[in-house]
Design a protein around this ligand. Structure first.
Ligand SMILES: NC(=O)C1=CN([C@@H]2O[C@H](COP(=O)(O)OP(=O)(O)OC[C@H]3O[C@@H](n4cnc5c(N)ncnc54)[C@H](O)[C@@H]3O)[C@@H](O)[C@H]2O)C=CC1
Ligand SMILES: O=C(O)C(=O)COP(=O)(O)O
Length: 600
């Protein structure tokens, strides 16, 4: 027995923020070419298994910054690679219209103009590293362009550089080195401070921050951390206490920054926060220059609040040569070297090349930053439902009579799974794709589905129908209803006045099981003819022979009727598109009251 409940859906609308992670559903043919090889613990990961032959025409990848050889080799197996470094913004905009993918590091600004200049060809931007503050994610999403990064391969390198700067700063290594090379021997001038027993505040306890913390513990430091989103047990496990921002900055002898640059973290360290720090604090920044107000840091250095700073990153890179901060004698600087080890660069190059090639093939990327993240095992299970969802969207919209604007769509998912156990983001995106693509020139994918729906004023609401029974399969059925429209096939309108189509998956194949109030059963593999008729013998044969005369293969036929000899809806699945003449002949069969041909 089915009980109708409408719980709040677990999955929020597809988030466009950098927090959301998701595989790419990104070629137009996405649902058909999902390929999974294995799922590693912790990471939701997909290994690329297809051969170069999978691409009929090799896509072109523009590599705009130096990438490790191993990554280039992998890219070259599957794509045409154009390595053009040091392009001006204008040159990048000119080249991009000829490229399907772009790979950058932190030195290239991938702004809105780049996406606009691509003329829709750019399908994926690969950031060979972690920070994606140089990529305009909103613009990427609006253009249906997937952004992937390489979030793990340079973690240790960045953490090691943080520790290198911490120690070098404390012992004046860079300044002393320059002094000796200048012929001096200033042993008293470069007396340093010890690390052991000092308090280090790690701001941002993510991948890099936690590795810095672990290493600092090994140096005998007392480590505290501030991160509003980090789980306390993860910090506790390595002996780090999570504290408030105020406590962190007020008690630290050393502060190491490891948060991303976002609107919220921009200039987190400023005049006001420097004023709250312990006098003589020392600051390391291997995150992003923009998290510090650099002018305020110069003032804090001059006022003696900050004793020393060691900086790998700057608001503007490279910084101006006469920058007071860079030239400050108590500041140690490196030219954004955090990720620059041989090992990290090879790792990053492979990680990003795999992600980009996979995305170009429509496979699912583990490191997408502007699409939701769905675990591989969930995707495997949802695959036939993803196909069903898109086809139901396509059918429903084709049933709308010309002139009726589609504004309100309601999707009902019937399942015996608990709401928390069913991720509907992918299904919603595919229904949106099915509805929008037949009526516009917009290309819809998982990246831009919610955005595109919003742009078109299309409101999609979702409802869960919770069924009793064992939750073996994720879904029993999906129903798509379009409200406030006329239909070109009146029988598709349900008793409550909406166009209604319902489908389910049988033996792994999507089936249409309801049109309006009529139960049918036709596999959604080719195209479909729906006829309303007065139920009487011989109808299947008559329509079948009209199609047969034209050599149109009928894959499925099913009749749904209210009662014997009353009105019925016949659904006919066809492998080929019938000619206009054949469709006309079907329409002329006396018992047929209306019919419609729907392309899938
Ligand atoms: N200098 C370099 O070459 C490198 C720099 N980076 C930078 O380091 C950053 C961190 O990298 P990962 O650790 O891999 O990223 P991550 O995403 O694993 O960690 C970032 C952490 O910052 C936290 N956070 C966010 N807002 C915060 C706030 N207001 N206050 C405190 N914490 C906050 C997050 O909760 C997260 O735990 C990157 O965003 C990148 O900008 C990363 C690699 C190399
Ligand atoms: O991965 C990051 O966020 C980095 O900052 C590394 O930048 P890069 O790739 O060395 O330009």
């Amino acid at each position: 027995m089915a009980s109708l409940k409408t719980p709040t859906l677990k999955n929020p609308p597809l988030s466009l923020s950098s927090k959301s992670r998701l595989p790419s559903a990104f070629s137009a043919t996405f649902p058909n070419n999902i390929r999974f090889a294995r799922s590693l613990p912790q990471r939701r990961f997909l290994i690329i298994t297809a051969s170069a032959a999978s691409f009929s025409n090799k896509p072109t990848v523009l590599v705009a910054e130096k990438l490790g050889e191993a990554g280039l080799t992998l890219l070259k197996q599957f794509t045409n690679v154009d390595c053009s470094y040091n392009l001006s913004p204008e040159e990048l905009c000119t080249k991009i219209s000829l490229c399907d993918a772009l790979i950058v590091r932190s030195g290239t600004k991938v702004n809105r103009e780049v996406f606009e200049s691509s003329g829709g060809r750019l399908k994926v931007v690969g950031r060979a590293g972690v920070g994606i503050d140089n990529v305009d994610l909103a613009a990427a999403t609006e253009h249906g362009c997937l952004v992937v990064n390489a979030p793990t391969a340079n973690t240790v390198a960045a953490a090691e550089h943080g520790i290198a700067l911490l120690a070098a700063m404390a012992r004046n290594v860079a300044q002393a080195d320059a002094s000796v090379k200048a012929g001096k021997w200033q042993r008293n001038k470069y007396v340093g401070v010890s690390l052991v027993g000092k308090t280090l505040a790690v701001l941002g306890f993510g991948k890099v921050g936690s590795e810095v913390a672990r290493r600092a513990k090994g140096l005998g430091m007392h480590v505290i951390s501030h991160d509003p989103y980090a789980p306390a047990d993860r910090a506790r496990a390595i002996g780090v206490e999570l504290v408030s921002f105020e406590v962190a900055i007020a008690t630290a002898d050393f502060i190491s920054l490891h948060m991303p640059l976002t609107a919220a973290t921009s200039k987190m360290l400023n005049d006001e926060t420097f004023a709250k720090m312990k006098k003589g604090v020392r600051i390391v920044n291997v995150a992003r220059g923009g998290v510090i107000d650099e002018e305020a840091l110069v003032r804090a250095l001059d006022a003696g609040i900050v004793a020393q700073a060691a900086l790998d990153v700057f608001t503007e890179e490279p910084p101006k040569q006469d920058s007071k901060l860079v030239q400050h004698e108590r500041v140690t600087v490196t030219p954004h070297l955090g990720a620059s080890t041989m090992e990290a660069q090879e790792g990053v190059a492979i990680e990003i090349a795999e992600a980009v090639v996979g995305a170009l093939k429509g496979e699912l990327a583990a490191t997408a930053v502007n699409a939701p993240m769905v675990p591989a095992e969930v995707l495997t299970e949802l695959k036939p439902y993803v196909e069903l969802a898109e086809k139901l969207g396509r059918l429903a919209v084709q049933l709308v009579a010309g002139g009726s604007g589609v504004k309100t769509v309601k999707v009902s998912y019937a399942s015996s799974r608990a709401p928390d156990d069913l991720d509907t983001r992918l299904l919603r995106a595919m229904i949106t794709k099915g509805i929008i693509e037949p009526i516009s020139s917009v290309f819809v994918n998982l990246v831009n589905a919610d955005y595109t729906a919003k742009q078109r004023g299309l409101r999609i609401t979702e409802e869960r129908i919770i069924l009793d029974g064992s939750p073996e399969s994720p879904l029993e059925s999906i129903q798509v209803q379009i409200a406030n429209v006329e239909s070109k096939f009146a029988s598709a309108i349900s008793e409550s006045g909406e166009i209604k189509v319902e489908g389910r998956v049988k033996d792994g194949i999507p089936h249409l099981t309801k049109v309006g109030s009529f139960e049918v059963d036709v596999s959604l593999e080719g195209s479909i003819i729906l006829c309303r008729q007065v139920d009487q013998p011989g109808m299947i044969g008559r329509v079948g022979s009209i199609l047969g005369e034209e050599n149109v293969n009928v894959s499925f036929m099913s009749v749904g009727r209210i009662a014997p000899r009353k009105q019925a809806v016949m659904a006919i699945g066809v492998d080929e598109q019938p000619s206009k003449e054949s469709l006309k002949k079907i329409g002329e069969v006396p018992a047929i009251e209306e019919f419609v041909f729907l392309k899938l």
